[in-house]
Design a protein around this ligand. Sequence first.
Ligand code: SAM
Length: 214
Amino acid sequence: MDYEMLKEKMIKQQILARGVNNKKVLDAMRNIPRHEFVREKDKEYAYDDCAMPIGEGQTISQPYIVAYMSEFLMPDNDLKVLEIGTGSGYQTAILALLFKEVYTIERIEILQDRAKKVLKNFNLDNIYFRTGDGTSGWQEKAPFDRIIITGALQEIPEILKEQINKESGVIVAPVGGRLIQKMQRIIYKDNKEMVEEGIGCVFVPIIGKYGFKE
Ligand code: SAM
């Protein structure tokens, strides 16, 4: 398989063509080989325009969605980000190239262990992992400049909002029902909150104390 060629095609036809053109995001997508984050038997589909199963009933998000969310998050190399839903670790790797520090929480231990193992191969030394319910955030490491939630929520929990930098923070999450959602971005400026709606999307639910019930 010519993964380099497939990756370039993915960036051109799925990401740039749909309007994501943040250079740092595109470079990060170029530098992370997506096929390393999917199951051996699925590698040939790694650069296709779709989400894919990663086991445990969970998915690695569609490449365009990863790019879109990364750009929507307004990345900056000086900032600290919290990711809820490590999954395969693919989005985590992209974030590690875009931010100073990445704190990532995954509910399913087997996925977190797998993601850790894959991410070890990339010599990224700015990722901190936690296994558990991310809907309560990571209080000890707060405040965060950015929070990204890579699964569906009915609403963004107050406890997460309490952990964002209120001067200039940003939260991005798919918000809506269990089956279909709209991407939501909350931008904080001088303690005020501005809510914006992005594209429609389909994510697996975030299950937890302040998320969906199992
Ligand atoms: N960003 C991931 C990637 O690139 O592979 C995809 C994430 S997948 C769509 C959503 C993930 O959120 C799943 O791995 C799921 O187990 C996890 N999840 C669900 N509820 C959670 C919770 N309360 N806390 C942390 N992770 C959770």
